[in-house]
Design a protein around this ligand. Structure first.
Ligand code: HAS
Ligand code: CU
Length: 502
């Protein structure tokens, strides 16, 4: 596919540099390789909840459920998303503005994150750092784990100067003109991320790195959690906003229409920049040390951060309706069925949006302090975030990969049908899995618990009441394995295919 961006600037013409494409490809392949490992481990967690303990069969590669869960969360949550984002949010603006990015800095960003990833992999696979993706003290991992995280976090900030430099050069060429949309959205995302990262940077540099190196003896866990969530909440928008860049900037044209409102897109990103920062402690509704007034304020702020996503639902919904009607769709829902469902990139992203409706709704439940009392630390929470980051973001990135791999390599997508199958299987698998997890959460089944390690009779006595939803979670997990296989056959098959693109 040709690169049709939704911004107002002219499309780049001559400077399509091979170096840019190669670097983008390196980001894409690294990110998706991390997801391959992370996604392969995911269904083990789902089977755990159905009482099936696969870990004894996986030694010596994986020792425990907690080690598997740490690798799953870190690779999917940090490495996959960061690599794809740090690639896309430089590559797309550079193409939109028609200017080459500072390649040295962009490659340095890749190098720093890659070095951090190697340290993390070492620390996680040697089973010294099974501290989960939130690495709450007093759980302690090896120094390699925290140093790896520090490097990955630092590297993920480097697209910001690359973007600022790109925009400054563009502005010098076109003084007084409005920054094109994709560049505006990418820059807002990176600005948000820079401000957000301050929390975890302080936690790592002041508390955890010295502690892991043996330079200090203790850490205050509540301060550490508060600093973590200062970043840990906005990080979910660092996962979501790049998906929104695709939904606003690319998808409406891919679907055969146009974005119906450029100002709404800009407003959404501005609101996300403001509202995603101060709400992190809604992850701490059940922690001690927060007054009821503060918890009430957090609830109100959390409901505010849902607003830009509600604006997105209407703006993108209308843009898709416009595209569907142009394609001949009639009646109340005819536009929806008239969308180009045979295009795997579009199908993956529209299915991601459908899932996000439920992801958002379950977030709003957790965002209300009183309701969060019921679902906190239960399987409801992973139910919620597999609909959001696990589908809305991940499947949007997959949809982007379906056009990017051919675009970057000049080769044909291996199989449209298999790509479509991957998208539908992911959608179905994740929906079934999330239904099971949300439902069992309402029965009080705890998250992050190696329940399958219990003797079977004890497991039955405690969790038998949630038998059906837990079985659904496992079935969803197995469907997701199939989706993963289908996706990677297409992804790597297209990379190595010998067939040139049309
Ligand atoms: Fe969340 C916990 C609240 C969004 C991820 N969240 C988590 C965790 C993760 C996560 C990973 O307040 C667990 C962390 C951990 O390990 O402990 N979340 C929210 C709220 C939102 C929200 C209010 N979360 C996300 C997104 C994530 C994500 C996005 C990742 C990408 N979340 C919470 C809370 C907790 C939490 C509490 C802590 C709970 C606890 O007890 O620990 C909102 O931003 C959601 C707004 C979204 C919407 C949906 C809009 C729908 C759209 C699609 C439109 C469809 C179209 C199709 C156009 C309002 C845009 C058209 C077709 C048609 C046919 C109509
Ligand atoms: Cu949050």
């Amino acid at each position: 596919m040709s690169l049709a961006l939704g911004g107002s600037a002219a499309l780049p013409t001559t400077h399509t540099l091979a170096a840019e494409r190669h670097t983008m490809l390196a980001f894409l392949i690294s990110g998706f390789s991390a997801l391959l490992v992370g996604a392969a481990i995911g269904p083990l967690q789902a089977l755990n909840y159905a009482g099936i303990d696969a870990y004894p069969y996986l030694r010596p590669v994986l020792q425990t459920y907690y080690q598997g869960l740490t690798i799953h969360g870190v690779l999917n949550g940090y490495i996959f998303t960061f690599f794809v984002t740090c690639g896309l949010l430089v590559y797309l603006p550079a193409r939109e503005l028609g200017l080459p990015p500072n390649m040295t800095l962009w490659r340095f960003c890749f190098g720093v994150m890659a070095a951090g990833t190697v340290l993390l992999l070492f620390a996680m696979f040697d089973n010294s750092s099974s501290v989960l993706w939130t690495f709450y003290p007093p759980l302690q991992g090896s120094a390699f784990f925290y140093l790896g995280l520090t490097l990955v976090a630092l590297g993920s900030l480097l697209p910001l100067p690359v973007l600022l430099d790109l925009r400054a050069r563009w502005k010098a060429l076109r003084p007084g003109e409005l920054t094109p949309l994709v560049t505006y959205m990418s820059l807002t995302t990176m600005l948000m991320w820079m401000l957000a990262a301050i929390g975890v940077a302080i936690e790592l540099v002041v508390q955890l790195d010295p502690w892991a190196l043996g330079l200090t003896r203790t850490v205050d866990p509540i301060i550490a959690r508060t600093l973590f969530w200062l970043t840990g909440h906005p990080i979910v928008y660092f996962w979501l906003m790049p998906a929104y860049v695709s939904w606003y900037g690319l998808l409406p044209r891919e679907a055969g229409g146009k974005l119906v409102s450029d100002p709404m897109a800009r407003l959404t990103f501005a609101l996300l920049l403001i509202f995603s920062l101060p709400v992190g402690s809604h992850h701490q509704f059940q922690d001690p040390g927060f007054s009821p007034i503060w918890r009430g304020i957090l609830t109100a702020l959390t409901l505010s951060v849902a607003l830009p996503s509600l604006i997105t639902a209407f703006t993108i919904g209308l843009s898709l309706e416009y595209a569907g009607r142009l394609r001949g769709g009639r009646g109340l829902f005819g536009w929806f069925t008239a969308l180009p469902w045979r295009n795997p990139s579009v199908a993956a992203q529209v299915l991601a949006m459908l899932t996000f409706i439920f992801g958002g709704a379950t977030g709003i439940v957790s965002g209300s302090w009183q309701l969060d009392n019921i679902v906190h630390n239960t399987t409801w929470i992973p139910g919620h975030f597999h609909l959001t980051v696990g589908t809305a973001s991940a499947m949007t990135f997959m949809g982007a990969a379906f056009w990017m791999v051919p675009h970057l390599t000049g080769r044909r997508l291996l199989s449209r049908r298999l790509a479509l199958a991957a998208a539908w299987l992911w959608f179905i698998g994740m929906s079934v899995f999330a239904l099971g997890m949300l439902w069992s959460g309402l029965h009080g089944v705890p998250r992050r618990a190696w329940v399958s390690f219990l003797p079977h009779g004890v497991y039955q006595r405690i969790y038998g009441v949630a038998h059906l939803p837990l079985a659904l979670a496992a079935i969803g997990g197995v469907i997701l394995w199939l989706a993963t296989i289908a996706f990677y056959v297409v992804f790597f098959g297209s990379l190595f295919s010998l067939e040139p693109g049309q």
